[in-house]
Design a protein around this ligand. Sequence first.
Ligand code: S3P
Length: 435
Amino acid sequence: MLISSKINNGLHGCVNIPGDKSISHRSIIIPSISKGISEISNLLMSDDVLHTINAMKAMGVKINTFEDKIIIHGNGLNSLKKPLKDIYLGNSGTGARLLTGLLSAQNFKSALIGDESLSSRPIKRITTPIELMGGKFEYNNGTLPLHIFGKELKPISYKIPIPSSQVKSGIILAALNTKGQTTINETSITRDHTEIMLKSFGANIKIKKESDMNSIFINGKQELTSKNIYVPCDLSSSSFFIVAAMINKNSNLKLQNININPTRDGILHALKLMGGNITISNQRLINDEIIGDIEVQSSHLKGCELNEDMSKLMIDEYPILSVAASFAKTPSLFKGLKELKVKESDRLELIRFNLNQCGITCEVLNDNLFIDPRKKNKIKNNKIKTSFDHRIAMAFAIMGSKLDHDLQISNSNCINTSFPNFIKSFNKIGGNLIE
Ligand code: S3P
């Protein structure tokens, strides 16, 4: 359990934000199926990413881990070996969706299993398009455990019905080892780290952006060439510190080398709309990803209304954005959050429940979240329910920095999913968290 207590003197200094979780998964998987040696630095060494490393090792990929980098010895698209046992992916939805695509086009059987949360999350969103490619699976109720009967697939043209980069990336990974051209169409913007990385590894992948549709064309069976990668720091992890500085008086924080890829920087736009005091400088490209340095100060926030389109650009940030909204002057309405219900927990319900526990008026109406910070009620109960969800745990750890009562955050070990040094990093800049 984690106890989060009020802080009085603001937050100051430079925060070390870990490597980006999405890019880290891809930085393991893509070099593993490329030809040659890739050196990966600033990789996120969190539970989720370690499961992906172990998965690739279990399929015969040689991966050496050093203090400041990992080295991956890739042997090409068809070099993976049948794993000797089921592949355990812990809490990782990204690992599950991406590996489902990758393994369905290999010439061996494999099985994916996960923890309680992952075993309740929908997998059909990725098996359905792969079945159209000829893929074969066995699973119960549309969830893990998933048995994958890897085989030669055929290309498809597929319009993704759900805005999901995990689904898009899973199909792309299957298409890489499939002869012919696969076309993926998406009507919503989703994060494009897979496409960016694959281009730089020499994949035959083309993207056509139109106003209402993004089309991705992949010509399979083209071997990839190894490349060194610097994983930029994670904007989703940064957002806990950005909001913490905004809501606490006398704060000034600097965060460097943060990935501000426009397909997922919605949180920066939302916080600016709320009056957040934030500047981004030194923008540059590393491995074709946009990186910038962020400076953030205490802010007088006002509420805002965000439409459904915004949810695609910041789906992981609603827990911490809701904490920011709880300390704004006026109410906020965040629309179209259906996808939040199928994340590591039902985040929509847990945000509502825990904000209510903290005395904040918050309602869910038709997948929209309404937060009214104007009348602060007395805290009902200081116990925060996380359902082992890392982002809920960290968001309410930040909430506790502003409340007169300590918050008790259950199962806080789940923070290791994406940010193992979160507690130390927060305390170093003036936070008050005790394990
Ligand atoms: C991710 C995509 C998002 C995000 C998740 C990581 C990825 O999921 O919520 O934390 O790495 O592709 P969806 O694309 O399924 O919404």
